[in-house]
Design a protein around this ligand. Structure first.
Ligand code: HC1
Length: 575
């Protein structure tokens, strides 16, 4: 530790910490805009400036380390005036159409301007005008609201190893763009949306598909069903100010029912089918010499990454559709038949923590019912559902807890942990072990693949077989694992990859949290904890024991991995 003074008060703080971290540790918050811990430590926006006794000018707290005896002033007149001027300059080129901006009230620039009493009147003059880029299937870039913090650039390159955006031109004309000003939709972007979750303003947003959902709900000729993803129950409460890591499953169901959906179902149900099919596929490949390692295919950002950057690994991808798509496929086939509905009249809406799911619903080979009928019609993010509930005037926190409709709403503990990194692997192992041994295994916990580490490895003995497994989340970690596999340095039998760091709990469609929270709170860990708690509380924790799943296979699909199951629940990939 080192001894320092902040605003005249003495503190003992961790050696090696930055002024920002040291101040936070003693309860003093210093505002930031560009800083994102570990990936964007560039000290560029100069909102976090503070005075340090003896220093020649104001220093940036986000990157400046503390030293023994340092005296820091965080709120002097000079500091406040500097922050205010910087904000005024940023605002002078910012589109101030805040009233209907989707980030109004959770915009980090808006909050700072309010805190510092800054309006857009001091510096006026030229403004660049940028066309809105809506070419990608999942998001919109509005550079008129960009403040050049480069957080999106860092998320895309450092976390995701994709790097399709960067600063272009110089000085006043600087803006964030793809190479050669190509539209995002023409770039090798994988639609993960990590750039959106770190954007402090409304410059990057998901494509809002809520109007399509309202239209379907208002159309009496349509039977509209909804499926929220496993992780949405662990995050939706944040849209209504509830603490990070609150499981709001019951209130979410109640809200969906009050929005008017005809069937309130659960993607978790389909996740159990995914495990049944994927574990069957894995055991088949192990016993019959298929392509190994088998790699999971439920994260569409990862699938697109594989198709774009590692086409040689396509044979290793599981042919299973993701739970989102399996759910839609079952809705338009099994459920339509059971209910006597024409699949043309069913609208399947998914609520996902993910922006790549908007891209996934439009992929080829995603029509189990044929005749061009999509498995899933509309995919909205957790944030969009939050806005729908708000617009409908539903008092979320006051809702009672309700249960999913039974027709496609029964699930196990294995399925709910899909939403956290390692969850799909653990769920698959619970089933694969019993498929291999033919016996009921008493253990359901695979602790080695849990936790928020970017890369996890484990070896398990299963019925005389030694299985090496690996779990990675965040595409730069997936990239690292793939390089090791391709070079022969690592040998795995089964790999779980999730595009977003931490898995779906930290997906690109999840509620935005300001950097002041992101930098200091373990969002992924807290959200994942809510899912593991639900798993532990469930009476049935193995996918193959789901009674509804057994019934659907017996009455409709036939054998797991069989011909009909393959037709409805599996897909193919493109190079
Ligand atoms: Fe996910 Fe999945 S877990 S991909 O992370 O396999 O998005 O939550 O819905 O489809 O079930 C996301 C989450 C989600 C699918 C499942």
């Amino acid at each position: 530790t080192v001894n320092i003074k902040i605003n005249g008060v003495s503190y003992e703080v961790a050696a090696g910490s930055t002024i920002l971290e040291a101040a936070h540790s003693v309860g003093i918050e210093i505002p930031t805009l560009c800083y994102l811990k570990e990936i964007n430590e560039i000290g560029a926006c100069r909102i976090c400036v503070v005075e340090v006794k003896g220093a020649r000018s104001l220093v940036t707290a986000c990157v400046y380390p503390v030293n023994e005896g340092m005296e820091i002033i965080t709120n002097s007149e000079k500091v406040m005036a500097s922050r205010r001027t910087n904000l005024e300059l940023i605002l002078s080129t910012h589109d101030q159409n805040c009233l209907s901006c989707v980030r109004s009230t959770d915009c980090e620039l808006q909050k700072l301007c309010r805190d510092y009493g800054v309006d857009g009147h001091r510096f006026t003059g030229d403004k660049e005008h940028y066309d809105i880029d809506d070419s990608a299937p999942h998001m919109i870039r509005d550079n008129n609201k960009c403040i050049l913090c480069r957080r999106c650039v860092a998320a895309c390159k450092a976390n995701q190893a994709v790097g399709v955006i960067g600063p272009t031109e110089r000085g006043f004309a600087t803006h964030i763009a793809c190479a050669f000003e190509a539209p995002l939709g023409d770039s090798p972007c994988v639609s993960c949306g990590q750039c959106i979750t770190v954007c402090p303003t409304g410059a990057l947003t998901e494509k809002d598909d809520t109007a399509k959902v309202w239209e379907a709900l208002h159309d009496p000729s349509k039977h509209v069903v909804v499926q929220p993803a496993p992780s949405v129950r662990a995050t939706l409460g944040e849209c209504f100010g509830m603490p990070v890591g609150t499981n709001v499953e019951g209130k979410m169901v109640a809200a969906l029912r009050r929005l008017g959906f005809d069937g309130v179902f659960d993607t978790d149900t389909a996740a159990d089918f995914t495990i049944m099919e994927e574990a069957t596929e894995f055991v088949h490949r192990v016993q019959n010499g298929g392509a190994l390692p088998l790699i999971t295919s439920c994260s569409p950002g990862w699938v697109k990454f594989c198709e774009t950057y590692y086409p040689d690994m396509i044979p290793n991808l599981s042919s299973c559709k993701s739970p989102q798509q399996m759910f839609g496929a079952l809705t338009k086939t099994y459920y339509a038949q059971k209910m006597g509905l024409d699949p043309h009249d069913i609208v399947c809406v998914s609520v996902m923590p993910c922006t790549a799911k908007k891209f996934e619903i439009g992929r080829d080979d995603m029509s189990a019912a044929g005749d061009g009928i999509p498995d899933v019609d509309i995919s909205i993010t957790t944030r969009e559902l939050g806005r729908m509930i708000q617009r409908a005037g539903i008092q979320f926190q006051a809702l009672p807890d309700e249960e999913f409709d039974p027709a496609l709403g029964e699930s196990t503990g294995a399925s709910v942990i899909f939403g956290a990194t390692g969850g799909v692997m653990e769920a698959a192992l619970r089933t694969a072990v019993e498929l291999v041994t033919g016996e009921s295994a008493p253990a359901v916990d695979y602790a080695e693949v849990r936790g928020t580490a970017g890369i996890k490895e484990a070896t398990y003995e299963v019925g005389g077989l030694k299985l090496n497994v690996c779990v990675a989340s965040g595409l730069s970690n997936c990239d690292q694992v793939l390089k090791a596999v391709q070079s022969g340095e690592k040998h795995y039998d089964f790999i779980e990859f999730m595009a977003c760091p931490g898995g779906c709990v930290n997906g690109g469609g999840q509620p935005t949290q300001p950097a002041s929270v992101r930098n200091f709170v373990d969002l992924r860990g807290l959200r994942a904890k809510a899912l593991y708690a639900e798993d532990e509380a469930k009476a049935i924790r193995k996918s193959h024991e789901n009674p509804l799943l057994k019934k659907v296979y017996a009455d409709y699909l036939g054998e797991p991995g069989g011909e009909k199951a393959h037709h409805i629940l599996h897909t193919s990939y493109v190079k």
